[in-house]
Design a protein around this ligand. Structure first.
Ligand code: EPS
Length: 384
């Protein structure tokens, strides 16, 4: 079982990632396999000033030796460069000045109010520091290791934006143009929509507003039969939904044609099974690669609806938690949109879940055993 945990505040000294259950023998180099994903997460038009400060880099503190995983838990550290500006407010030692940057006007849509009541914090900074989407850097580090494992198992992955600010920029999936996504400021294949969306982001910024969108994570080369149909909590679609829904700002998760399929007759929804050289093929992939909680051998397609960021420079009304008087919601330095970044985070969480499904089915002690058993399973499925 792959288990991910993280620690660290957005303006604290560092993020710490724990990833348990990675098979031994996986070739893994932080600069080659983790940092490129951290860089992708930092990119995207609409990000704020913080991304000019951070240059995320992963350092393995455990579980990797001479470029290979040992089978022990991975410990990964990502330093916060902004810590230099926050030490007197965020330091762990008594004698710092936490009140200097206290936040008492909860932002609608943020964790501030519920977290304050739950943890008895009148300084809502104690909530927001952990609620901040800075934590997604940890997820991406864990996801990058998962993607490395999936790569060894011949699974390809893609993260992209399919709509932003209500403007469609899907343009269809292009596995042959994956590299273009890194060059796109919005992580989309549809260049014709980019200019319009960039204008929208600029106007939102001028208006003190923020924008959401829809992102997609997709995997190719996934074998049939991962996940389970036998118990609710072993179903892979359910696990994916939980992992992706837990990403900051995500308010909806869709597998395949999801919402659209609910309004169509079954004959236009289900994917006919075809014969031929492959023995079992599919005429379409509206199910998004999942049937009955198990992968069906088609591309796995997960989409997430990302709400606009809750920190508004033209704030919504709120109530101050100290005075109980009406107030404007707190303004913190923030992004106008982080939808391109969210596509990387959603991919990371889906990759973590998928890698876990491989380990669950084929065993997770060593990469060699995992590959052997996967090859045997693929051979069996091809002859079924
Ligand atoms: C965030 C607010 C901003 C973002 C941050 C998420 O941080 P700050 O308040 O320091 O400017 O930059 O995202 C990141 C730091 C990151 O690495 O993605 C928030 O409130 O969620």
């Amino acid at each position: 079982m792959l288990r991910y945990l993280s620690a660290g505040e957005t303006h604290g000294p560092a993020l710490t990632v724990l990833l348990d259950g990675v098979p031994a023998g996986l070739p893994l180099v932080a600069a080659d396999h983790v940092d490129p994903w951290l860089r992708r997460r930092q990119a995207g038009y609409g990000r704020g000033q913080r991304m000019l400060i951070e240059q995320d880099h992963a350092t393995f503190r455990g579980g990797v030796r001479a470029g290979r995983t040992t089978g022990g838990p991975l410990s990964i550290e990502i330093l916060n460069r902004d810590w230099a500006n926050w030490q007197d407010v965020m330091g762990a030692e008594p004698g710092n000045e936490p009140r200097k940057r206290a936040l008492t006007q909860p932002r609608p849509g943020h964790a501030d109010l519920a977290g304050g009541v739950k943890y008895h914090h009148k300084d809502l900074r104690d909530v927001l520091e952990r609620a901040s989407a800075r934590e997604t850097a940890s997820r991406v580090a864990a996801g990058a290791v998962s993607l490395r494992l999936l790569e060894e198992l011949s699974v390809a992955a893609c993260a992209r934006v399919v709509s932003l600010g209500g403007v469609d920029c899907d343009g269809g999936m292009r596995w042959d143009r994956l590299a273009d996504l890194d060059g796109s400021p919005l992580r989309t294949f549809d260049q014709s929509a980019e200019e319009r969306i960039i204008d929208l982001i600029d106007s939102a910024k001028e208006n003190g507003d923020t924008l959401g969108g829809v992102v997609e994570a997709r995997f190719k080369g996934v074998p049939i039969g991962l996940g389970s149909v036998m118990q609710w909590d072993r179903k892979l679609d359910g696990k994916l939904a939980q992992a992706v829904m837990s990403v900051h700002s995500v308010k909806g998760v869709e597998i395949g044609d999801g919402w659209r399929a609910s309004g169509l007759p079954g004959s236009q929804v289900h994917d006919a099974i075809t014969g031929g050289a492959e023995r079992y093929g599919r005429a379409s992939n509206r199910a998004g690669g999942l049937e009955g909680g198990m992968t069906n051998g088609e591309e796995l397609v997960v989409r997430a609806a990302v709400k606009p960021i809750a920190t508004l420079m033209k704030p919504l009304p709120t109530v101050d938690v100290l005075t109980h008087e009406p107030a404007d919601a707190a303004r913190e330095r923030s992004d106008v949109t982080a939808v391109p970044a969210a596509s990387i985070v959603v991919l990371a969480m889906a990759a973590l879940t998928l890698a876990d499904a491989f380990v669950d089915k084929f065993g997770g002690d060593t990469l060699g055993e995992l590959r052997e058993r996967l090859a045997a399973h693929r051979a069996y499925a091809a002859e079924f």
